[in-house]
Design a protein around this ligand. Structure first.
Ligand SMILES: [Zn+2]
Length: 363
């Protein structure tokens, strides 16, 4: 029976408890750095703040495989502190504003002080809630009674705000938390190192995490140019759309890894996608075809230099980009086992075959 490992749950719990909007990935980056260093790896950064780890003694003759997930989550940046102590904000990433009123919040100051609060909501008695909400309509309430009080507490323009979404196990296999998009990818990178760091691989493995995916996959550009991988595998969390109970829905919880064949920015590399499918079939693990109107860091990585062989190894979650996203632990375990086995298969010959198939087609 497939079940998520306790260690994976611990990674997910710890990582989703950290706050990191685009450009403020410090908390997640520090967590990953500590975990990478435990494996005695070299840790490097690109100039935007993406992080990557690899073995100290690399065999230069072997191909480079880069496995990345993004660290950032959607959220807000303080725009203005109003005279009455309420706060107006800029929105960072894709958030459905109409679901925000009365949502709970965490503000992080420059000095890493945390304040808890709520999105202001007009009571039903006063004619709320509004149907169409613009970001300029929103005010955030952290309990300050004046601008002066907020400033004294260390709050300033440009501080980070996220929605609060504590980690909880719900049901037999499901987990509820904020930011599974994409602490899934950060956690799986750590599981991958736990599984493979002592193994003798036929590739140089680079495991890392990017910044600023939610605002245009910016860290993916800089990190892929820095590492120059032969293959890149993207770990990301995609939107489930199984609310209607239809067994053919696009992205179903508990039905395994996504075979992400098409999205707004990536037409999947067929040779690599077949390798992913073959691996899942050999292990008798579940998978599901998936297409998306969104995209991932893969859209940028594939375009680095003269192109990079790219695979997305994703799972889906309900309610992504909200503080109440839900994943199925079995999907995570399927993603973990199949990724470990897929990477063990990679060597010079396999990558040459994949490259030839990509460029010339199948013989
Ligand atoms: Zn994502």
């Amino acid at each position: 029976m497939i079940k998520i490992d306790k260690k994976s749950v611990k990674y997910l719990k710890e990582l989703t408890s950290l706050d990191a909007i685009s450009g403020r990935e410090d908390e997640v980056r520090n967590y990953l750095k500590k975990a990478y260093l435990k494996h005695d790896l070299v840790v490097e950064y690109d100039e935007l703040g993406s992080i990557v780890a690899h073995k100290k003694e690399a065999d230069e003759s072997l191909p480079k495989v880069l496995v990345i997930g993004h660290m950032d989550e959607v959220g807000f940046i303080v725009k203005q502190i109003l005279p009455n102590g309420l706060i107006s904000v800029n929105v960072v990433g894709g958030i459905t504003l109409s679901r925000l009123p009365s949502s709970r919040l965490i503000l992080t100051t420059k000095n890493n002080k945390k304040y808890y609060g709520s999105v202001s909501a007009l009571a039903p008695h006063l004619g709320g809630p509004n149907k169409d909400i613009k970001s300029s309509d929103l005010t955030f309430d952290f309990g300050f009674s004046s601008e002066k009080e907020a400033i004294k507490a260390g709050v300033s323009v440009n501080d980070m705000i996220v929605e609060e979404g504590n980690f909880k196990k719900i049901g037999k296999n499901r987990y509820l938390a904020k930011a599974f998009d994409n602490r899934y990818g950060c956690a799986l990178g750590l599981d991958l190192l736990d599984a493979l760091n002592e193994e003798k691989l036929n590739v140089n493995l680079y495991v890392g995490a990017t910044v600023q995916e939610e605002v245009g996959c910016r860290g993916a550009i800089t990190l892929s140019h820095m590492i120059k991988p032969d293959i890149c595998i993207i770990l990301d969390c995609s939107p489930a759309n199984d609310y209607d109970g239809n067994k053919n829905s696009n992205g179903r919880l508990g039905d395994g890894v996504l075979i992400r064949y098409l999205d707004r920015g990536v037409i999947a590399n067929k040779a690599l996608l077949d390798l992913q499918i073959d691996t899942l079939n050999e292990l008798k693990l579940p998978y599901q075809y998936f297409q998306s109107a969104g995209t991932t860091d893969g859209s940028k990585v594939q375009l680095a230099y003269d192109g990079v062989l790219l695979l997305s190894h994703c799972l889906c979650a309900r309610n992504i980009h909200s503080p109440s996203s839900i994943i199925d632990g079995r999907d995570y375990e399927v993603a973990r086992i199949s990724l470990v086995n897929l990477i063990k298969k990679l060597d010079k010959e396999v990558i040459l075959r994949l490259r030839k198939e990509t460029v010339y087609g199948r013989d």
